[in-house]
Design a protein around this ligand. Structure first.
Ligand SMILES: Cc1cc2nc3c(=O)[nH]c(=O)nc-3n(C[C@H](O)[C@H](O)[C@H](O)COP(=O)(O)OP(=O)(O)OC[C@H]3O[C@@H](n4cnc5c(N)ncnc54)[C@H](O)[C@@H]3O)c2cc1C
Ligand code: FES
Length: 765
């Protein structure tokens, strides 16, 4: 086999741009066998290969390419697997040009060896070959919990399991892979590659728990109490940055996280076959210059939009992978450099219409080391636009940090030492939660460093405690995390033909929930993720109660569930608990299905020693729900009905005024929950009375964990995320007009979906 370094670097075969725009199929097709032979023989097989050192995982690049040159692809795969379990993923998304390929000696004079494409070939060959057998590992070691299922945790799991540890990965979302799954599109990284590489870990004994958010479903210390001896936090940087410009809550303005999650994880590109919609008009502006920006722009092109990437610096400062930039250009994405939006304009329905931008020039380097963008006064210009995607960076997801105040952080990032150890003994961290937005390979390196440190720490602790038997091999006294949350419907009552009361098996949520909190559910695998308030929880039966009204497709599917069925997904408890204080007299106001949501709050106020009056509204007596339960939770319950068939003839706001006229008393707090017009009107009345009032808001949500920003609401002039900062806010400060508009963002899509459903069951004509 003769080396041939002078052969030209092999180009990666690609789908033609016009074909790419037809769907989410993978763009890069991978090397042919012939190309692999040529490319592998370009490798100089250096005596001291700098590429190995340059790879953050220290994959033995020289040896695996040497094996490929001999046609031993299985051997090459095994060689890579010594260091990395994810060659299919890394071969596709790692920025090789910054690491191994940059260090390739051949690159000094000619083009570097296409290491990434060779790595990918070895992985694909392995997937397709009969030798694709898992390697179970004997697991008798200590238990280690990894929080988040992104690349940092995945590689830590690989290393730990190879050392015999019993590893559980807890993931907040319903899909595994972190950004790989919700952020990076199929056309760059097909879902089956992630699935297969995750399955490989599963076959080695790694346990995966989806729909489990540490810091909410249970606390870090609960994991220790359940027998985990070390914990790794790989929770990523899922808190999107906003532009902080007027108009950014208009309908049609997305964060890249929400846009990409809807398209990638929820498959909105298939809508209406899938249930989750996304609004993409004919003109899209994506703001930013990183991988998220390229992914959002390339998706927009596939959805048929005329697409511009607007970046406040120049081309040289783009942070995305070179290949993504080139592919975006080939696919017709335009770039508008040295420009940034300053204001967004909408119509009277709050729908985005126009963006005002300003030109920039480059100034002195800022703290990122890149030239700072400096606005040019008077250079403002406007352009019409239907969709704006903010892809301007993200900060660490704050859930674990907020629930673990003793955890040392700096600007939201978890602080670690060189071993990945946090300030809490046996709690380690790595990846984007430590770095802020970074790269797959650096997250993996962090996971590897932490896994090695966990191994050392547990061995040392074992020697210190017994001196005889390594803790690493000694099963800890342990309690299993409660039996799998299989989300079974244990009980069901129809409160009205449209409103169902459901008792759902959810032991962890039942243990940790508080009044005011909610869950995110999906009744079926195809459904949207929707929030539902937790009405009650019972630790003894390990169940929670939900009340759901059939409004849209997903809620209708939930109402249709029968006892014994299972929710496809159930995540919680989410959001902040209601603020329950002892203030004397409390007024609870609810309308429609809000009555059910009010129940736990009213009960908690009463248990805190308050006198609770519940004023509730319904359309008619037939629509009155949970009256008996409410009477046991409040001191006084009064109803108003629109048709006068029960209680006061009028709205709940009429009832408030009537009640106040006869009961002018010292009212400590009011709590309102229900349809937005009702909450707005009720808050208007309590403002007149000067009574502090909280409203429990119900915006559209996707993840419920602070990752997408889709639930943003304006309160007191500030943008807040209802799922993490709320759902309860000062009702006198809430911008109800904006909330109303934002909840109507998908009315048209819901209509399409409903009509389609009616057609499919024969009601169409
Ligand atoms: C759109 C996009 C494209 C990108 N493209 C590339 C690329 O091409 N190449 C590259 O190298 N890098 C890319 N990156 C960056 C890269 O994906 C990240 O740096 C990397 O995924 C970080 O890995 P991680 O394991 O730290 O966290 P993540 O991948 O962010 O995973 C964290 C996981 O933790 C979960 N989680 C959070 N909080 C909790 C909790 N309390 N309990 C349980 N689970 C929790 C989250 O749901 C998430 O699934 C891209 C990033 C984005 C957003
Ligand atoms: S941030 Fe996604 S739903 Fe709140």
């Amino acid at each position: 086999m003769k080396l041939n370094p002078k052969a030209p670097r092999q180009p990666l075969p690609l789908l033609p741009p016009d074909v790419r725009l037809r769907g989410p199929e993978e763009v890069a097709l991978g090397f042919s066998l012939g190309q692999v032979q040529v490319e592998a023989l370009r490798c100089l097989q250096c005596k001291n290969p700098t590429c190995v050192e340059a790879c953050p995982l220290h994959i033995n690049v020289k040896e695996f390419i040497g094996l490929m040159a001999q046609g031993d692809f299985a051997g090459a795969f095994d060689k890579i697997s010594e260091e990395s379990p994810f060659p299919g993923i890394c071969g596709r998304v790692c920025q090789h040009e910054l690491y191994c390929e940059r260090a390739c000696l051949l690159g000094k004079k000619l083009q570097p060896v296409a290491i990434g494409s060779l790595e990918r070939f070895a992985a694909d060959y392995h997937r397709q070959s009969a030798s694709n057998t898992p390697h179970p590992v004997a697991l008798d070691g200590a238990r280690v919990a990894l929080v988040g299922s992104g690349p940092a945790s995945l590689i830590a799991a690989y290393d730990l399991v190879r050392n015999g540890y019993r590893v559980s990965i807890f993931e907040a979302l319903h899909g595994l892979g972190g950004v790989l799954a919700y952020g990076i599109p199929n056309f760059r990284l097909p879902r089956e590659i992630i699935r297969d590489e995750v399955d490989r870990l599963r076959s080695m004994g790694v346990e995966f728990r989806t729909d489990f958010i540490v810091g909410k479903t249970c606390a870090v210390e609960d994991l220790f109490a359940q027998g985990f001896q070390a914990i790794f936090l790989g929770t990523g940087a899922g808190l999107p940055h906003l532009m902080n410009i007027p108009g950014e809550n208009l309908i049609g303005v997305y964060t890249a996280n929400e846009y990409l999650t809807r398209l990638n994880l929820m498959e909105a590109f298939r809508f209406p076959e899938s249930d989750t919609p996304v609004r993409i008009g004919s003109r899209v502006v994506v703001v930013g210059g990183g991988n998220s920006a390229m992914d959002a722009a390339r998706w927009s092109r596939r959805m048929g939009a005329d697409t511009t990437i607007m970046f406040r610096r120049g081309r040289a400062e783009l942070r995305a992978r070179l290949e993504e930039i080139e592919h975006a250009e080939e696919e017709g994405v335009r770039f508008d450099f040295l420009a940034a939006p300053v204001r967004l304009f909408g119509d009277d329905k709050g729908v985005l219409q126009e963006v005002e931008c300003i030109r920039m020039q480059l100034g002195e380097p800022d703290e990122s080391g890149r030239p700072s963008p400096v606005p040019i006064p008077g250079s403002e210009f406007r352009m019409p636009v239907d969709t704006v995607v903010m892809a301007i960076g993200q900060s660490p997801n704050p859930t674990v940090q907020r629930a673990t105040p003793q955890l040392l952080t700096q600007r939201g990032k978890v602080v670690i030492d060189a071993d990945g150890q946090t300030n809490i003994p046996n709690v380690f961290a790595g990846g984007d939660v430590v770095r802020g937005g970074s790269t797959v390979i650096l997250a993996m390196r962090d996971g590897r460093v932490a896994a090695a440190a966990i191994h050392r720490a547990l061995e040392q602790q074992a020697q210190e405690t017994s001196g005889l038997l390594a803790v690493a091999k000694k099963p800890a006294e342990e309690h299993q995390v409660s039996a799998s949350l299989d989300n079974q419907i244990l009980g069901k009552r129809l409160l009205t033909p449209e409103i169902a009361w459901l008792q759902v098996e959810a032991p962890e949520i039942a243990k940790h929930w508080k009044p005011g909190q909610f869950v995110i559910i999906r009744p079926t695998e195809r459904s949207e993720r929707i929030p539902l308030t937790i009405v009650d929880g019972d630790e003894a039966t390990g169940s929670i109660t939900l009340v759901v009204q059939a409004v849209g497709k997903t809620s209708r599917a939930t109402v249709r569930l029968k006892v014994g069925d299972r929710l496809a997904d159930l995540l919680g408890p989410l959001g902040q608990a209601a603020s329950i204080e002892k203030v004397g007299n409390v007024l609870c106001v609810a309308g429609g299905v809000g009555v059910a949501e009010l129940l736990p709050v009213a009960r908690a106020f009463r248990e805190a020693g308050n006198h609770v009056t519940a004023l509730c509204g319904a359309r008619s007596s037939a629509q009155i729900i949970l009256d008996v339960e409410l009477r046991s939770a409040a001191d006084e319950v009064l109803w108003a009905t629109d048709d006068g068939t029960a209680g006061l003839h009028g709205t709940v706001v009429d009832l408030m005024r009537a009640w106040w006229a006869g009961n002018a008393c010292l009212l400590g707090i009011a709590h309102v929950i229900g349809p937005i017009p009702m909450m707005r009107a009720a808050a208007g009345v309590t403002r007149e009375w000067a009574v502090p009032t909280y409203a429990s808001l119900n915006p559209i949500m996707v993840d419920g964990t602070g990752m997408c920003g889709g639930c943003r609401v304006t309160v007191g002039g500030k943008v807040r995320f209802a799922c993490v900062d709320g759902p309860e806010f000062d009702a006198h400060q809430v911008d109800f007009d904006e909330l109303t508009r934002r909840t109507r963002a998908y009315l048209e899509q819901e209509r399409v979906s409903r009509e389609r459903h009616e057609c499919s069951i024969g009601l169409g004509k």
